[in-house]
Design a protein around this ligand. Structure first.
Ligand code: NAI
Length: 347
């Protein structure tokens, strides 16, 4: 575990088993320097424990960076349940997960992720208060992540393209799910042209019908002549095979862990492509959670998510002036804040 390449000074990693429900889960707390660890619960039929551990380590670190760059009072955590959400999800399993979260006494706040839903969190809430999505607003399907990606895109358009509007700009959007489809809606409403790809032809047909989007085969999205490429499907899509093909001038999307390896950030920069840190662009969910604790009206939540535009604008500006990539710049800001929090703990 301490030699694992995804280990990054994580504070705690817990393996848990509940015999009655069959729960096999991991909770990783990467950092609680700035507050309780916040992060989703992924339910996935991992091929082995190592794969589950790697996901928990990687994703919990990402949550620390996400919360910290947005100046939220949270640390980063993530939980994984080793199970198939289509066949293994039972009420007993979710209640056991709720008890596990409760046993951490608020050190970890659980949210939804791949394989878990708001309804699942409602079940867990019978055992623990430490869940996201507890307010009425949380049920309102606000698509906060997509709105946050739009904010990061607006900052990119201003800083990289020196434009104040999206009209006439061309976007290549990969993945038309919970993030990609509402993002297309926003971009279309602002007069942008869309080229889209999804492995599901029905999603593409819907985007064409609703937003006049041009469809391309999933593997062709990298070659599209676009101003901005918005990955909103899978991780690791920016790699040795795709970066040389990219025809966009900037990458800004909602998918987690878009870089296959850390060095691919520099590889993009060498091609003159600006990469907006994914953990910043897709931080709408954690901002939403924070905002709901203060004022959960939908308009207040959206105003709060708009901070992504300011932060992304600042990061892009500072990166340019310091000859850093935006990711190097954002990472340095996060590390500095974590260091200060550890050396000057809040009283
Ligand atoms: P989703 O499962 O609703 O949508 C993903 C879409 O991508 C689906 O329509 C799927 O058919 C498509 N897809 C799968 N493989 C593809 C491929 N090779 N090429 C093109 N399209 C492909 O997922 P969701 O919620 O929209 O999330 C998308 C990404 O954003 C994920 O990486 C997720 O981790 C990340 N994310 C999502 C958040 C959320 O609030 N939903 C929050 C933060 C990050």
């Amino acid at each position: 575990m301490f030699g694992n390449r995804n280990f990054d000074g994580h504070e705690r990693v817990m393996f848990a088993h509940d015999e009655t429900s069959g729960l096999k889960a991991l909770v990783a707390i990467h950092s609680s320097a700035l507050g309780p660890a916040f992060g989703g619960c992924r339910m996935w039929p991992y091929p082995d424990d190592a794969a589950a551990l790697n996901d928990a380590l990687r994703l919990s670190r990402g949550m620390t960076y996400k919360a910290t760059i947005c100046e939220l009072p949270y640390g980063g955590g993530k939980s994984v349940i080793i199970a198939d959400s289509k066949t293994d999800k039972t009420e007993d399993l979710l209640l056991a997960m709720g008890r596990l979260v409760e046993s951490l006494g608020g050190a970890y706040i659980i949210a939804d992720d791949v394989g878990t839903t708001l309804a699942d969190l409602a079940v867990m809430r019978r055992e623990t208060r430490h869940t996201a999505a507890a307010t009425t607003a949380a049920q309102a399907e606000l698509a906060v992540t997509a709105y946050g990606v739009l904010m990061a895109i607006e900052a990119t358009v201003a800083q990289v393209f020196d434009r104040s509007e999206l009209t006439g700009m061309r976007f290549a959007v990969q993945g038309l799910g919970n993030v990609g489809m509402p993002l297309c809606e926003h971009l279309h409403a602002r007069g942008a042209a869309l080229v889209v790809a999804d492995v599901d032809p029905q999603r593409m047909a819907l985007a064409e019908a609703r937003f006049g989007a041009e469809q391309v085969a999933p593997d062709s999205i990298y070659d599209v002549e676009a101003d901005i490429f918005a990955p909103c499907a899978l991780g690791a899509v920016l790699n040795d095979a795709t970066i040389p093909r990219l025809a966009a001038k900037a990458v800004c999307g909602g998918a987690n862990n878009q870089l296959s390896e850390a060095r691919h950030d520099r590889a993009l920069a060498e091609r003159g492509i600006v990469f907006v840190p994914d953990y910043l662009a897709n931080s709408g969910g954690v901002i939403d959670y924070y905002q709901e604790s203060i004022d959960d009206r939908p308009e207040a939540i959206l105003r709060s998510v708009e901070r992504i535009r300011t932060i992304a604008g600042d990061v892009l500006k500072r990166a340019k002036s310091e000859a850093l990539t935006p990711l190097e710049c954002a990472d340095a800001i996060v590390r500095q804040r974590l260091k200060s929090a550890v050396s000057e703990p809040a009283h």
